[in-house]
Design a binder for this molecule. Structure first.
Ligand code: ADE
Length: 223
């Protein structure tokens, strides 16, 4: 899977992609990330990307031309990448994180991971974007009922939640375990403990030390 992230702040996104599970996944060739700097598509000698809103109002909006040019560039780059890999080019899914989007759930992460399609995530900034941009977007996604300063953190959340579901990214065992505890779109995970057996007066539940697999399973389900 290829994930292209369009952002004005690639330097904010890069460190996260270069650490953690996401780095391991790209190191193993299971995912390929590419950062596209929206500023490169800015207009004029000052590479302008924003302007004041029609009708008045506070703040600046991202202009449609740079955003759409960046999305079109990302699509072209993606098709080229697929051709080079001798794979059938397929239109990537264009995602736009916005507080006005549909609430993102585990089922969305599963759907995107299973779609066999690449992702383009467009990170808006400032007070918003020209609404006409949404014509170039497949899904508007809200990661929670709060407002952030930009789409970079939501983009990381989407990328992380999708990539961990790609087979081979997590240990097979762990992912299978999580799947079996999935109820109503929520990951229900039981509490877990590791050594030491006693920590500041707090003991690991006896059943987990019993070696009795059926009892452990029952306890975990109850939790
Ligand atoms: N941009 C700002 N806040 C956001 C949110 N809650 N979800 C997605 N994108 C956002």
């Amino acid at each position: 899977m290829k994930i292209q992230i369009i952002t004005l702040f690639p330097e904010a996104v890069e460190p996260y992609l270069k650490a953690s599970m996401l780095w391991k996944a790209s190191d193993r060739g299971l995912v390929e990330f590419s950062l596209i700097n929206l500023r490169d598509f800015g207009i004029g000698p000052r590479k302008t990307v924003d302007d004041t809103p029609y009708g008045g109002g506070d703040g600046m909006l991202l202009k449609p031309e740079p955003l759409v040019a960046a999305i079109e560039y990302a699509i072209e780059q993606n098709i080229e990448y697929r051709r080079k890999n001798k794979e059938k080019p397929q239109r990537p899914i264009v995602l736009l994180p916005t507080p006005r989007g549909t609430i993102y759930k585990q089922s969305d992460a599963k759907r995107l991971a299973a779609s066999n399609r690449d992702l383009i995530i467009v990170c808006p900034r400032y007070e918003g974007y020209d609404e006409r941009v949404t014509k170039w977007v497949d899904e508007q996604i809200c990661i929670g009922n709060y407002v952030l300063t930009g789409g970079e953190l939501p983009a990381m959340i989407i990328a992380d939640s999708v990539v961990r579901l790609i087979p081979g990214v997590l240990g097979g065992e762990k992912s299978a375990e999580i799947e079996s505890f999935q109820i109503d779109d929520q990951n229900i995970e039981f509490p877990q403990y590791t050594r030491p057996e006693k920590f500041k007066g707090l003991k690991v539940p006896d059943v987990l030390l019993s070696g009795h697999h059926a009892e452990i399973e029952k306890w975990r389900k109850n939790q």
